[in-house]
Design a protein around this ligand. Sequence first.
Ligand SMILES: Nc1ncnc2c1ncn2[C@@H]1O[C@H](COP(=O)(O)OP(=O)(O)O)[C@@H](O)[C@H]1O
Ligand SMILES: [Mg+2]
Length: 327
Amino acid sequence: MSSNRAPIVTERLVRRFGKIEAVSGVDLQIEAGDVFGFLGPNGAGKSTTVRMLTTLLRPTAGRAFVAGHDVVAEADAVRRSIGVALQDAAIDPLMTGRELVKLQATLHGISRAAGVRRGEELLETVGLTAAADRRVATYSGGMRRRLDLALALIHEPQVLFLDEPTTGLDPSSRVTIWDEVRKLNTEFGTTVFLTTQYMEEADQLARRISIIDAGKIVAEGTPMELKERVGDPTLTITLQHPDDAIDVERILMSFGEPASGSDGVVAVRLAGGSSRMPAVVRALDDADVEVHALELHMPTLDDVFLLATGKRLEGAEVPSSAEEVVT
Ligand SMILES: Nc1ncnc2c1ncn2[C@@H]1O[C@H](COP(=O)(O)OP(=O)(O)O)[C@@H](O)[C@H]1O
Ligand SMILES: [Mg+2]
């Protein structure tokens, strides 16, 4: 796993605007085929990082490589390898979806026939075939974002950058975009670099996450690792026979602190997190306990952000298990 093979690498990347340091020494390494989530509040430095990685902005200091190319010295090669859907993408609203896809193919020097074929395939993939001949001005926000995705993918990029792809969308359009991104990632193997201010989006979509605040990375890992770092998850066991509760409580004592359960439900703060689940299941099985349901409640990414920065993510919902959160 040499660092120059990873499709996105940054080394102490910095960008200043006058006195403001928007990005302050960011190190990233994103593996091929990954969906990477860059999570942070408004003004954290997400777009500035994306603009440097997509060659739209020069770094003040540090280096970055995309698809093996230096974003400054080999900007053209970087541009050919990437697809970009920016937060403030300008699209001519008087053109139709199909016209824009064709135009995009032409801009990338794709032959007419190949451009049409690829364009139709992408319109289908993002569910816009039926609306392809409508002017973009008539599209909903969700349709616009799906068109952005199709446009960004016309030249089959190895790496796709999505800057806040669902900001401002209603929940159901948001879920549709998530499905599209997953599909692109699995169907084409495209590496996805996605920024978001929604913890749920990072949680649902990203295999690995870096959390950025005020230009600095404050936490990184898989969503599971990040949440486990906050504190032990709560394991809740619903018993088939409520009479087993006392035995089960005794068994669980060796796995962590008891948490409040109710009739026929036993709960424990599972020390060591999800990795201890198989051992718990074995112990219950050895004792012939019949389990009706077994649930592990993790801390949320908002709890991760709180622990790292002392603040809540803007717009983050208060988790329902707030009283269990370690503060
Ligand atoms: N062109 C610019 N000129 C001056 N300041 C900028 C510019 N672009 C971004 N900034 C500042 O840099 C910081 C990070 O912005 P940005 O990268 O857009 O954050 P995010 O995308 O995470 O919301 C903010 O304080 C923002 O005001
Ligand atoms: Mg932004």
